[in-house]
Design a protein around this ligand. Structure first.
Ligand code: ADP
Ligand code: 2DT
Ligand code: MG
Length: 212
C-alpha cells in the first residue's frame, strides 16, 4: 500500500478575517499534536516573481491586469513540485490564500470572466479542504483600518466577496465556511478539528487536480 499522504488545506476569506493568524496557529497546533505540517502563503513575496508581485501590490510598479493575474498564478506553479513532494511524504500543507483569491481579486476588476481567471490555475494540486473565514465588513473594520496596498478599499473588497460566493457554488470542491467573528482561540479549535478530520479522510486517497 502507498504511504499516507498529507492534506492540502487552503484558508481564504476577506481582508482581516484572520487567515494569517489561523494558518500560523493551525500549523503550530498540528505539529504539537505530532503531525508533520508546513505553511505556505500566496503570494510568496520572497521569489523573483513574488518580488514583482509585491512591488505591484505596494504601488511601486504598475502591471497590466492580465499580466499580474498570470504572475500570481506563476507564483503558485513555481511551488508545485515542492508542494507535491511534501504531500506525498505525508506532510500536511496549509496555504494562506490560493487560486481562489487569484480568481476573486482579478474578476472583481470587471471585464474578466471567472472562466478566464481560472484557466492558468487549472491542474494545480486540488485542496482537500478550503476553509472560508466569513466576517462582515463592519466586524473587519473593527480590527483596524485598511492598509495602503492595492485592493485595500471597501468597494473593491465587496466585489471580491461576491466573486468568492460564485466560486463557492462549485460543489466539486470541499468548501467549509467558518464564522470568523469568534475569538481567535475558539475559531482555532474549530479549524483544527475540521483539519484533522480531513487529514484522516484523505490520507489514502490520491491527490487530485484543481478545476480539471
Ligand atoms: P488576514 O490574514 O485574514 O488579513 P490577520 O490574521 O492578519 O487577517 O488578522 C487581521 C487582524 O485581526 C490582526 O490584527 C489580528 O490580530 C486580528 N484578529 C485575527 N483574528 C481575530 C479574531 N478572531 N478576533 C479578533 N481579532 C482578530
Ligand atoms: P496578503 O499578502 O495580505 O494576503 O495580500 N491576491 C492574492 C491576488 O490578487 N491574487 C492572488 O492570486 C493572490 C494569492 C489578495 C495579498 C494581496 O494579493 C491579492 C491580497
Ligand atoms: Mg493575511
Amino acid at each position: 500500500m502507498a504511504a499516507r499522504r498529507g492534506a492540502l488545506i487552503a484558508l481564504e476569506g476577506v481582508d482581516r478575517a484572520g487567515k494569517s493568524t489561523q494558518c500560523r496557529r493551525l500549523v503550530e497546533a498540528l505539529r504539537d499534536a505530532g503531525h508533520r505540517a508546513d505553511l505556505l502563503r500566496f503570494p510568496d513575496r520572497t521569489t523573483e516573481i513574488g518580488q514583482l508581485i509585491s512591488s505591484y501590490l505596494g504601488r511601486e510598479k504598475n502591471l497590466e491586469d492580465h499580466t499580474i493575474h498570470l504572475l500570481f498564478s506563476a507564483n503558485r506553479w513555481e511551488h508545485v513540485p515542492m508542494m507535491k513532494e511534501k504531500l506525498h511524504q505525508g506532510i500536511t500543507v496549509v496555504v494562506d490564500r490560493y487560486a481562489f483569491s487569484g480568481v476573486a481579486f482579478t474578476s472583481a476588476k470587471g471585464n474578466f470572466g471567472l472562466e478566464w481567471c481560472k484557466q492558468p490555475d487549472v491542474g494545480l494540486p486540488k485542496p482537500d479542504l478550503i476553509l472560508f473565514l466569513q466576517l462582515s465588513p463592519e466586524e473587519a473594520a473593527e480590527r483596524g483600518d485598511f492598509g495602503h496596498e492595492r485592493y485595500e478599499t471597501s468597494s473593491f473588497q465587496e466585489k471580491v466577496l461576491q466573486s468568492f460566493y460564485c466560486l463557492m457554488e462549485d460543489k466539486t470542491l470541499n468548501w467549509k465556511t467558518v464564522n470568523a467573528s469568534k475569538s481567535i482561540e475558539d475559531l482555532h479549535r474549530e479549524i483544527k478539528s475540521i483539519a484533522e478530520k480531513t487529514m484522516q479522510e484523505v490520507q489514502n486517497k490520491p491527490l487530485e487536480e484543481l478545476w480539471k
